[in-house]
Design a protein around this ligand. Structure first.
Ligand code: UDP
Ligand code: MN
Length: 633
């Protein structure tokens, strides 16, 4: 009897389990549109809770690549709609223009999402941003409710996200490559790459537009997978709705950090999921232009220690127009701050390049966008897990890439757009980013810069504010790989550098005619004129360095001679008017000498050797061999 009851009990229990199983299968079954039905999200079952649900395994590739994986009836149409909003179903032909639709959005409105019906009744938003052009609206014409969203979006994202939302999450981008690029690079024989994109509280539209741009402008067989690393975003729409949206891309995989890891650790977290022989990192607000990937991968085949970065085109933070930079620049690191900067190529590099589509070499890279072989990335120990939030990691990478046998090249034919915003949307949930960046720099100085670290710490008051933490592991890594000393990097990769108090001549500039007076830069404002002031011995604006190129630098600015006058100017490495000679106490250029005049200003006068043309510095060191000066080009 007891046994029979037990049987009955088991029978009913199985029925219940079977029923629950059937319900689950129904919910996850692809509907007629080929998409999964997502659970209707209501209060009580918030998106936030929903994102705790393990995302569907969307990495399983069916063997086809990203572009060809379309149902036969979708061959040249692309659907931008949701099954539950049939009135907004729109199909757009391939080779379509940009169309922004409610259907591109998650089922719940995202914060500050435009009311498309209202906006469309006021402005023509069809083709907004098509081709990569900018698009703007007059916010004054919006009704108050929409104006509020417009301003809110600006505030939260530090870019005009409202306008970004009016541009389709998928838009055509013009092929802006220079002549000869298309012929120079092909996808034949290139290795696959795994793309890693870390994001934290990225705007919906910019993140989606990036993934679509990869999909549209990349030979499918080159992309093994795209790993989106959610580094602890706090916004609901980046949870389950993003999973659902990305399910249409079989190669996209979203991995989520339980809490904010900071950029470097998040990248290493994403790296664990990669399988291709090369890795490509991108920021979460980029757009990849036609032909962007091939030039990044090709140099890696010939030399697995080459690291490539694209030409970064600015995506305007107000209208999302993509503009190619005026000229190819090189990435450098500035001393003593260790911040990254762009400059014109130095004469040495200009002479080395034989054509304007030849890859350019950089002493440093911006860091957000680059390709590297797995082999070299592993050898270099990836990113430093001791670094926090943001900053410094690009400088560490740059130094070690060069010092350990590789080089950083920009194949200028590769173009990727990037939104440069004023501040990041995650600054609210990532406190202390500034301090973290400095502590990260201190780690770079401790591990990679040998004696040169003093030039960083001088500025930072002996590092008392920024503690590098334990760097022993990273030092051991450097020793294990057997990398070159930092002085090798300076002398061979970056001999043009201006390091305060490490110039060929350096210190105070005193004039023989006015013994107690020193040349004072006074300001870093361009166009101002330096003058003589009482020597104060405090360095700063009275501290001058002559670089190996022949510039005279103070406060990070160059002394410029023009006509008979001398001005403060931004250093460029490319202007003849920044170059000087120092010989027999005379500071000259083409027989004109730096001279103190009656008003205690400095001017250019024909060299005569008089006292007011005689100058002394405190220190002198030999010139570096590898610098090519402008006159030697
Ligand atoms: N990021 C991240 N975790 C962080 C900080 C930043 O994943 O703690 C991401 C961020 O979303 C972006 C990338 O790292 O995709 C680079 O950050 P950002 O764009 O602010 O740097 P910038 O372009 O200003 O140098
Ligand atoms: Mn960025």
């Amino acid at each position: 009897m007891l046994l029979r009851m037990r049987h009955l009990y088991v029978f009913f229990l199985s029925l219940v389990i079977l029923w629950m199983g059937l319900v689950c299968i129904f919910l996850s079954w692809p509907n007629s549109e080929g998409r999964r039905i997502w659970p209707r999200i209501t209060t009580g079952h918030t998106l936030r809770e929903a994102r705790a649900v393990i995302p569907p395994d969307i990495t399983k590739d069916d063997g086809n690549d990203m572009k060809t994986r379309q149902r036969s009836d979708e061959k040249d149409v692309y659907f931008l709609h949701q099954p539950d909003r049939p009135d907004e179903v729109v199909s757009v032909k391939k080779g379509f223009a940009s169309v922004a639709l409610r259907g591109d959005w998650p089922p719940e409105p995202i914060p500050n999402e435009p009311d498309f019906a209202v906006v469309r009744s006021l402005f023509n938003i069809t083709n907004a941003g098509d081709g990569g052009l900018g698009f703007g609206i007059d916010p004054q014409k919006l009704p108050p409710e929409e104006q509020k969203k417009y301003n809110n979006a600006l505030d939260v994202h530090a870019m005009n996200e409202y306008v970004s939302n009016l541009i389709g999450v998928r838009r055509r981008l013009r092929d802006v490559r220079m002549e000869g690029c298309a012929e120079r690079y092909s996808s034949a024989g290139l290795p696959q790459t795994s793309i890693i994109i870390c994001f934290v509280n990225e705007a919906w539209s910019t993140l989606l537009r990036l993934v679509h741009s990869i999909h549209d402008n990349t030979p499918p067989h080159l992309v093994k997978e795209v790993i989106l690393v959610d580094d602890g975003s706090s916004w609901d729409f980046l949870g389950r709705p993003l999973d659902v949206y990305m399910a249409r891309f079989p190669k996209v995989r979203i991995v989520r950090a339980k809490s904010g890891l900071g950029l470097m650790v998040a990248r290493m977290y994403g790296y664990k999921y990669t399988t291709a022989p090369t890795i490509t990192f991108l920021d979460s607000h980029c757009e990849c232009l036609p032909g962007w990937l091939e030039p990044l991968l090709m140099p890696l085949v010939a030399d697995p220690r080459v690291v490539t970065t694209p030409s970064i085109d600015a995506i305007d933070q107000n209208n999302y127009g993509i503009t190619a930079g005026p000229e190819v620049m090189v990435g450098v690191v500035e001393f003593p701050s260790l911040t990254f900067n762009w400059r014109n190529p130095p004469p040495r590099e200009r002479r080395r390049r034989t054509s304007n589509i030849e890859p350019i070499r950089n002493p440093a890279m911006a860091g957000g966008l680059f390709s590297i072989t797995r082999e070299y990335f592993d050898l270099l120990g990836g990113f430093d897990p001791g670094m926090k939030v943001w900053g410094g990691e690009n400088i560490e990478m740059s130094f070690k890439i060069w010092m350990c046998g590789g080089r950083i090249e920009t194949p200028v034919c590769s173009r990727v757009g990037h939104v440069f915003h004023k501040h990041a949307s995650y600054s609210k949930i990532r406190q202390g980013a500034q301090e973290a960046g400095e502590a990260n720099n201190a780690r770079v100085a401790e591990v990679w810069m040998d004696d040169y670290k003093k030039y960083y710490y001088d500025e930072k008051k002996n590092g008392q504010f920024y503690k590098p933490g334990d760097v022993s592991e990273r030092r051991r890594l450097r020793e294990r790989i057997g990398c070159k000393p930092f002085s090798w990097y300076i002398e061979n990769v970056y001999p043009e550098v201006a390091i305060p108090s490490d110039g060929v001549y350096s210190g105070e500039l005193r004039n023989m005619a006015t013994p107690n007076m020193c040349l004072d830069m006074m300001t870093s404002e361009e166009g101002k004129q330096p003058a003589m002031y009482l020597c104060h011995g405090q360095g700063h604006a009275q501290m001058f360095d002559m670089t190996d190129l022949g510039e005279i630098v103070s406060l990070g600015c160059c002394l410029r001679h023009r006509g008979g006058n001398v001005y403060v100017a931004k250093c460029t490495w490319s202007s003849e008017s920044h170059i000087w000679e120092y010989k027999d106490k005379l500071i000259s250029r083409h027989n004109n000498c730096l001279t103190v005049n009656a008003t205690q200003h400095v001017v250019m006068e024909e060299c005569s050797g008089k006292k007011s043309q005689q100058w002394t510095w405190n220190y002198h060191r030999p010139r570096r061999k590898n610098v090519l000066r402008i006159e030697e080009m």
